[in-house]
Structures are given as structure tokens and as C-alpha cells.
Design a protein around this ligand. Structure first.
Ligand code: GLN
Length: 483
């Protein structure tokens, strides 16, 4: 049962092959048996799974249908879940029980999903390895000595290990696409404003965006359908109709113009990954796509710009965690300043503290123009590059990451080395564009992802291309040994 994709589960439930009450039992038993190796969950919500599962079964018995009705999922632990710990991977929020559900959580629950737990993540979504979590590192099911990617490493490891068919995740800088690439999954970062951020604990507000992580594009289409849509509670949420993503999977790729940026194939890219990217291009050409070389000349500036803008926003967002309004409070403070200092010093881990300092300094009067303002100008140039490229092509294709998943601990002493791994994903966040990563082969037994980017609100196009690719390749069907 655990090998079924989200779409197969939906069909099985519709055909009454099994019930939505059996599924959580099977998966929770698997989680109990296998997750100790992976550490992909922060909280399990076993006791809360039964009644939604029974409710979904009753709705189906009453003739209701819907691909998510009875589907077991988990939420990244930064989506607020009413009455359930929402830790954001931080000691700061270790005892925080959200008083309400995030819009994404509420929408998926209304569609009939059954939440099995909250997944592990880098602290406050800061990281590309899922090693900065207060709850310990997550392991990659493809090789337990390697990282699963971050910051949505728990969602990725759980789905890749077949503990769940799909999970929610967020991607302010690549945190859906990069772990998808590292664990052989399909992951979609929607257009900024497509999925509500309301009830998602903020990291970098102008970049934060939730989306689906699953094994196939077909499954991502199903989960995205339940997540997307206008939300008056979220100011950048855009009131655009949500298309039928499952219907968009079927389009032909005949004549589709795919742009491959020449800057992608620089010295930093593992040549074995470059070869797999070229293979995926050939596969799509066979399906009728037309390939064109394009240029994204400002791409080289994207990492420094992101690592100013994201920490700047984080330093502002995280100021609310002061031991008074929100978050961990130290024991026996001597006075108010001591309370702030020690509560924040104890509650935040090293990477979070580093980013708060970087961000606060970039926003300070003396440095604002030199760093923050300059980074915002670069952001516009990066966006302009994409706008020019999308005048010529329908999709941009390239590697998701320059290297496969690295060994646990390999980059701990050098944060910048880890930041550089975000080179291919971060530009889409700066521009607010949708992006998808799909499985495209293996290097040394570790999965490799290919990234597709599309113009605003063209999530359907991304899912279409990935689905057609997956109908003609079998990378996405490979399962890690032992799971
Ligand atoms: N790796 C990037 C960072 O550390 C992106 C993380 C993310 O998308 N949450 O900020």
C-alpha cells in the first residue's frame, strides 16, 4: 500500500479497494518502524488521524469524490496546526501550539486529507541540508550518511522513503526543489502569491511560498489543487482563478520552446549532472520540444543578493520571538534586557543567529544603501533577465543543484559553501516565478534533479512537461533500498 502514489491512492479509494481508515494505520506503522533511521518527523499526530479518516470514509460513502478525500499527508512544521506543536524546527517554538490552522492546512483538511504528522525542517527554514533543526539532522533515504537537502528535508525524506505519498513544504530559496532533487521526488514551488502564506511562520516574507512535494508531477498537481487560491488574509495573495492542474497534465509538448541558459553550465556544475541534464533535454526533444540556448546574465549576482534580502527580512520577522510576545523564555532573568538576550540566545541556533546579525546589519542606516538597496536592484535585474528570456521560450530548463546530496556534516564549518549550492534555485524566488524539480537520473547512487521554470502562474505548464517526461522515463519510480 505504501508504494502507491497519491493518484493511485485516490483511484484505490474511489474503487473501494481499501478505505481511508486503513491507510493511516499502515503508514503510521511504517513510520514507527523506519523513521528512527531518518528523523523526518518532529511530531506525529496519530491520535488526530482517525476522525478525519473516518469522516473522509463517510463522505465517500455518501457519494462524494475528490482526489484528496482520505489522502494521508504531513505538513512541514512551519504550517500552523491548531492545538498541535508548530516548532519551525526551533527550540524557540518547541512548546508553541498554534491557536489556528494555516490557510493551506485548513484548505487541505476541508478537501479531506488526513494529517499524520509535522515534518522536520531546518530551523526557521534556514538551510539547504536539514542539519540546522533543533530536533536533529534528517537523513537521506538513498544514503543515510548523506543530507536530504533543506529546508524541507523532513517532508522529502518521508515521501522518498514511502512513509507518505505526499507532503507540504515551502520554498523561499529552493527548499522544495532542492530536497526533491536530492531524494528523487517531484517538487513544485508555485508563483509567489499563488499559495497563501497565512499561518506559515515567516522567514523571508517576500520569498516564502508553500507548495507540494510528492513522487510524481501528477501527485503534485493534485496536492497543489488543494493548496492554491486567493486568500484575503495574505496580502500578496493574488486573485487569479486556479486552473484544473490535473487537466493540464495532458497537453502535447509539440513545438514547446525550451530555453537552456548557457550560464548554467559553468565550472561549478558537476559534469555528470550536466550530462543528465542534456539527456533530459534529448528526451523532451523526442516529445516534440524545440531547444534554444538563452542567457541569464545576472544570475551570478543572485546568491549574494538573496543572502542579503532573506536575512534582512528574517531579522525583522524573527524580532517577535523575544521571550515576551512569543517564544522560549530564559529562567530567572535579571532584567528586561537580560531576558531578551538570554531568551534569544538560548532559543535560536547558530545559523539563525548568524542570519539575524547579517540581516540587521544590512538594514542598519550605515549599510542600507550598500547592501540592502543594492540587493533589491539586483533582484530587479534577475527578474528582467527572466522576462526577456520568456519572450523567446516557454520553459527554462537546467540542473536543480550543482552537486548531488553531500555527506552529513561536510559543509558545517563553511556556511558559504552551503549557500553556493542554491545557485540554480534562488533566482526563481527573487523573481517570484514558479519552478519544479523532477527526477532525472543518478550520480554515485544519489538522485539528480532537473529544474523547469515557467512564467508567472504557469504551474500547469511545468506539471504538464514533467508529467509527459515521467510518462516516458522511469527515474521517478526508483525506490531507495531498504524502504
Ligand atoms: N537554502 C536557502 C536558505 O538557506 C533556501 C532555504 C529555503 O528555501 N527555505 O535560505
Amino acid at each position: 500500500m505504501h508504494h502507491m502514489t497519491l493518484a493511485e491512492i485516490a483511484r484505490g479509494l474511489a474503487d473501494k479497494k481499501f478505505s481511508s481508515v486503513e491507510l493511516p494505520q499502515v503508514l503510521l506503522a511504517r513510520i514507527a518502524q523506519l523513521d528512527p533511521q531518518l528523523n523526518s518527523f518532529i511530531s506525529l499526530t496519530e491520535e488526530l488521524a482517525l476522525s478525519p479518516a473516518q469522516a473522509a470514509a463517510a463522505r465517500r460513502a455518501n457519494g462524494e469524490s475528490g482526489a484528496l478525500l482520505g489522502a494521508p499527508i504531513a505538513h512541514k512544521d512551519l504550517f500552523c496546526t491548531q492545538g498541535i506543536r508548530t516548532s519551525c524546527g526551533s527550540k524557540m517554538l518547541d512548546n508553541f501550539k498554534a491557536p489556528y490552522d494555516a490557510t493551506v492546512v485548513a484548505r487541505l483538511a476541508a478537501a479531506g486529507t488526513v494529517t499524520l504528522g509535522k515534518t522536520n525542517m531546518d530551523e526557521f527554514a534556514m538551510g539547504s541540508a536539514n542539519e540546522s533543526s533543533y530536533y536533529g539532522a534528517v537523513k537521506n533515504p538513498w544514503n543515510l550518511e548523506h543530507v536530504p537537502g533543506g529546508s524541507s528535508g523532513g517532508s522529502a525524506a518521508a515521501v522518498a522513503a514511502r512513509l507518505l505519498p505526499a507532503a507540504t513544504a515551502t520554498d523561499p530559496g529552493g527548499s522544495i526543489r532542492q530536497p526533491a532533487a536530492f531524494t528523487n521526488l517531484t517538487g513544485l514551488k508555485p508563483t509567489y502569491g499563488r499559495v497563501s502564506r497565512w499561518g506559515m511562520i515567516a522567514y523571508a516574507s517576500s520569498l516564502d511560498q508553500g507548495g507540494p512535494l510528492a513522487r510524481t508531477a501528477e501527485a503534485c498537481a493534485i496536492l497543489l489543487q488543494g493548496m492554491a487560491g486567493f486568500d484575503p488574509n495574505d496580502s500578496p495573495s493574488i486573485d487569479e482563478p486556479v486552473p484544473d492542474y490535473s487537466a493540464s497534465l495532458k497537453g502535447s509538448l509539440q513545438g514547446l520552446r525550451i530555453g537552456v541558459p548557457k550560464e548554467y553550465f559553468s565550472a561549478g556544475l558537476d559534469p555528470r549532472i550536466a550530462e543528465l541534464v542534456h539527456n533530459s533535454v534529448k528526451e523532451l526533444e523526442k516529445l516534440g520540444a524545440v531547444i534554444k540556448e538563452i542567457s541569464l546574465p545576472n544570475m551570478q549576482h543572485a546568491i549574494p543578493a538573496y543572502y542579503v534580502i532573506a536575512p534582512a527580512e528574517a531579522s525583522s520577522n524573527l524580532s517577535r520571538f523575544d521571550g515576551v510576545r512569543f517564544g522560549h523564555r530564559c529562567e530567572n532573568p535579571e532584567n528586561l534586557i537580560d531576558l531578551y538576550k538570554r531568551s534569544r540566545g538560548e532559543g535560536f541556533g547558530a545559523e539563525v543567529q548568524r542570519r539575524i546579525m547579517v540581516g540587521a546589519s544590512a538594514l542598519s542606516a550605515g549599510y542600507y544603501d550598500a547592501y540592502y538597496l543594492k540587493a533589491q536592484k539586483i533582484r530587479r535585474l534577475v527578474k528582467n533577465d527572466f522576462m526577456a528570456a520568456f519572450n523567446e521560450v516557454d520553459i527554462i530548463l537546467g540542473p536543480t543543484t550543482p552537486n548531488p546530496a553531500w555527506k552529513l556534516g561536510a559543509k558545517n564549518s563553511d556556511p558559504v559553501a552551503e549557500y553556493l549550492e542554491d545557485v540554480y534555485t534562488i533566482t526563481a524566488n527573487l523573481a517570484g516565478l514558479p519552478g519544479l524539480s523532477m527526477p532525472a537520473g543518478f550520480v554515485d547512487g544519489l538522485p539528480v534533479g532537473v529544474q523547469l521554470l515557467a512564467p508567472y502562474f504557469q504551474e500547469g505548464r511545468l506539471l504538464n512537461v514533467a508529467h509527459q517526461y515521467q510518462l516516458n522515463t522511469d527515474w521517478h519510480t526508483r525506490t531507495p533500498t531498504g524502504f
